[in-house]
Ligand binder design. Structure first.
Ligand code: 6GU
Length: 235
């Protein structure tokens, strides 16, 4: 899998070298390239923004640097196997199913906007050639797409086969379909008694059936409390 980031802050992506993602890079499972969008400007001030047509506050990212970046990285030919991710608070909510879909693709280009956003024609141009995903992390506003692109990257890359040592741990975690899409149950380790707080007896009982039932019940209770929208009609 090859990941490219178009951004005016390529240093944001230096963190990809560490942790799980760094290991995936070292193992040759993923290749990452962060590009400074200003490389595709030609004026003395390396301008990437301009005032909004129709007026209003803030600045809009101008289309030309994006177009030239696309030309160089992707050419101009249509290829729906190329995925373009545009992080934006007006995007479709990013969920685990989308991360699973993206973990199987060979090429993703992240377009990180700043200011009031990117000229709409950039996204329309990309969507006419490649597979565009406008994604939102949630109902709040970040200053730009960089942190969101990193979050999407981590969610996707950890699902690439070979990146996580024990694939069974993927099936049990929050939001995975392995546990019916419920929130994860609470987990404990030794010591059994810590500062007056004990591990629930059932987990030390050795009764695998009772443990599985307890975990499921805890998952349902936590999901009902925090995310009732995730519960089906049965629960
Ligand atoms: Cl994907 N981008 C920005 N700028 N803000 C956000 C977001 C994305 N998701 C939530 N807020």
């Amino acid at each position: 899998m090859r990941l490219d980031y178009l951004t005016i802050f390529p240093e944001y992506f230096d963190v990809l070298e560490i942790s799980l993602l760094g290991k995936a890079i070292t193992q040759g499972l993923v290749e990452v390239h962060a590009h400074d969008l200003r490389r595709w400007t030609h004026d003395r001030h390396r301008t990437v923004d301009d005032t909004p047509c129709g007026g209003g506050a803030g600045m809009v990212m101008k289309p030309d640097p994006w177009g030239e970046a696309f030309d160089e990285l992707l050419g101009t030919a249509p290829d729906p196997s190329i995925h373009v991710v545009v992080p934006t608070p007006s995007g479709v909510p990013f969920v685990q199913a989308e991360a699973e879909d993206l973990s199987g693709v060979e090429r993703i280009v992240f377009c990180c906007g700043r200011y009031e956003g990117i000229d709409r024609r950039v996204i329309d141009y990309a969507a006419a050639r490649w597979t565009v995903h406008e994604l939102s992390l949630g109902d709040y506003v970040l200053n730009g797409g960089e942190v969101a692109a990193l979050a999407v990257t981590e969610a996707v890359v950890r699902l690439v086969p070979g990146v996580i040592g024990n694939p069974e741990s993927l099936a049990e975690e929050s939001y995975s379909m392995g546990e019916e899409g419920l929130l994860e149950y609470p987990v404990y380790t030794r010591p059994v008694s810590w500062r007056g707080l004990d591990v629930p007896d059932v987990l030390m009982s050795g009764h695998h059936g009772r443990i599985a039932r307890w975990r499921h019940d805890e998952s349902v209770a936590l999901t009902r409390l925090r995310r009732p929208d995730l519960l089906g009609p049965e629960e």
